[in-house]
Design a binder for this molecule. Structure first.
Ligand SMILES: [Zn+2]
Length: 123
């Protein structure tokens, strides 16, 4: 998936939907706000892959933070497989720093893994 595909998949997860009235009137790439009280162009979707503030809103939606931490550690190049996916993982200070300073794009990769968005067909 390209960063733009990840951004759109995560926007859908956050409740954004392609705007049908706009589509029917010939306007492509318009999206309904999650609040459904307006629409925005695709370029105005939250910049999840480039902004830690935007991605923090997605992290707030997580119900399984252990799995997210596991996936984020993996994205950061930490070998966590031997600890098992369900068990609590103890990280070194250096590893903790790697995770804490993960970029927005790395966080998006972990979120896509947690929510299975990386396995969906891209439309
Ligand atoms: Zn619209």
């Amino acid at each position: 998936m390209t960063p733009e595909q990840k951004r759109i998949a995560l926007a859908r997860k956050a409740g954004w939907k392609p705007c049908q009235p706009c589509l029917e009137n010939g306007y492509k790439d318009q999206w309904r706000l999650p609040s459904d009280d307006g629409c925005a162009h695709v370029s105005e979707l939250p910049n999840f892959t480039g902004s830690l503030d935007a991605v923090a809103a997605l992290e707030g939606m997580l119900t399984n933070r252990d799995l997210y931490l596991f996936c984020l550690a993996e994205v950061c190049g930490i070998d966590v497989q031997h600890n098992g996916r369900s068990s609590c993982t103890v990280f070194t200070i250096a590893q903790t720093l790697l995770i804490a300073t993960a970029t927005a794009l790395q966080r998006c990769d972990a979120l896509c893994a947690v929510w299975g968005l990386d396995k969906e067909e891209t439309k």
